[in-house]
Design a protein around this ligand. Structure first.
Ligand code: DOR
Length: 444
């Protein structure tokens, strides 16, 4: 037997292929890559994981998180957010530009990249935020996974809602444009009308009425029409409504991809009764019919993948009465367990979970060498236990805000080991503080 031929061997696990089949195999990693997968690898390694009774999966890629760094690091920062990701089996993330200051030029992007390289345990990439005036920046900065447009206002100051400004951005350049699709004018009109003479609001359903499904549909239609007119690559973030699923099923082109969040797949407006503003987000959670349509959209390919929109706010901030309560909820560390629990309950297949959480996000953003568990791919892995049902508890959360909208729910599929670049980044419930992720590169 050669001496320490490999950096890491994961032995005896059930290794998942892209088609969702599993086989008892060993996985050997060297220099950050999966070097060899075989029934039994007869070699030594510097580190070993005995994964007997566990599933070995490619690490999940969360293509929409808000880690609040810089500006609101009391809610999260790149260090804590990346640790929450790793704890949840998410080995790469794409972070949104609505920080303070926002990521709207190369200088702001460089600062984030430097902080991430110093502090992140997971691999990282960043969006560049569009404003009405930074056309040259959004097309020139590098590396960026895409341009983020807030077509409707949400947390932070980023907003591009005027038709002429949107057209200018879609017309000039070829980088992927990811949209937060809510119609600004409609949501402001409805806010004014529905909040007038209503000083004390206890039923958070009003949030879903202000930002109704028509508000989402109008902006999604506008973005699709712009993408179609200029053959521009469009990604529709966090789809929420049956109306949008039906519209996209008919109007999606080869230039368009779509995502939805676990929040919209597992929560409905009824959850406002128990959780109040904790489950307030933009675009909002909706009805059971909307949720059913999202599941159908995922299954027929209208929706390509799942991302969390991890958007932490503190419990104190959330406790302010609506509409002062901020929108957004944490989610990066529960998404894989939620989806694996759904698989165990027969709601989807393992193949679909891998497609929605690993392969499609990677394909959408042109991230090389990730999203698959295969020889030659990067050794980013999640090793999970699907027989260990545990109740989600706020106190167990790694996110800085220490709460989850899924608190009280019983989930399985918890990650027991996370491997990043061939090194064990999470085991025995602890982060290995010596591991660092690397900057992702994108096919643009
Ligand atoms: O609910 C939300 N919160 N939606 C967003 O678009 C932004 C996010 C945040 O950053 O808090």
């Amino acid at each position: 037997m050669s001496f320490n031929k490999y950096d890491l061997i994961i032995r005896n696990g059930l290794v998942a292929s892209d088609d969702g089949t599993t086989a008892a195999l060993d996985v050997a990693c060297v220099n950050g890559k999966i070097e060899h997968i075989a029934a039994s690898i007869d070699a030594n390694s510097k580190a070993q994981i005995d994964a007997a009774g566990h599933l070995v999966l490619p690490g999940a890629v969360d293509a929409q998180v808000h880690f609040r760094d810089p500006g609101n690091t009391h809610k999260e920062d790149l260090a804590s957010g990346s640790r929450a990701a790793i704890r949840g089996g998410v080995t790469s993330f794409l972070e949104m530009p609505n920080t303070s200051p926002p990521t709207i030029n190369q200088q702001a992007l460089d600062k984030k990249l430097a902080r991430a390289a110093a502090h992140c345990v997971a691999n990282f990439g960043f969006f560049i935020g569009a404003t009405p005036n930074n056309l040259a920046d959004i097309n020139s900065v590098s590396p960026a996974c895409g341009i983020k447009i807030f077509m409707g206002s949400s947390t932070g100051d980023l907003l591009v809602h005027k038709a002429a400004d949107l057209e200018k951005i879609f017309k000039n350049g070829n980088r992927l444009i990811a949209v937060h699709a809510e119609d600004e004018q409609r949501l402001n009109e409805r806010k004014k009308a529905l909040l007038a003479g209503n000083p004390k609001i206890s039923d958070l359903r009003i949030h879903s009425q202000i930002r109704d499904d028509q508000c989402a549909l109008m902006a999604t239609q506008q973005a699709v029409e712009l993408s179609t007119a200029f053959s521009r690559r469009l990604h529709v973030l966090h789809l929420t409504s049956a109306k949008e699923v039906h519209y996209l099923r008919e109007n999606k082109t080869e230039h368009i991809t779509v995502e939805c969040t676990p929040n919209h797949l597992f929560l409905t407006e009824d959850d406002y009764d128990k959780k109040g503003s904790l489950v307030q987000m933009n675009p909002p959670i909706r009805t059971q019919q909307d949720q059913d349509a999202l599941w159908e959209g995922l299954k027929d390919g209208t929706i390509d993948f799942i991302a969390t929109d991890h958007a932490p706010h503190t419990l104190q901030e959330k406790a302010q009465p609506y509409p002062a309560s901020p929108s957004g909820m944490p989610g990066v560390e529960t998404s894989l367990a939620l989806m694996l629990t759904a698989w165990q309950a027969g709601r989807c297949s393992l193949e679909q979970v891998l497609k929605w959480m690993c392969r499609c996000p990677v394909e959408t953003y042109g991230i090389k060498n990730k999203g698959l568990l295969a020889e030659g791919y990067d050794a980013d892995l999640a090793i999970v236990n699907v027989d260990d049902y545990r109740i989600v508890q706020d106190a167990d959360m790694f996110t800085k805000v220490r709460w989850s909208p899924f608190s009280g729910k019983e989930l399985t599929g918890w990650t027991e080991w996370t491997v990043v670049g061939g090194r064990i980044a999470f085991s025995d419930g602890q982060i290995n503080e010596s591991v660092r992720g690397t900057a992702l590169s994108f096919g643009d």
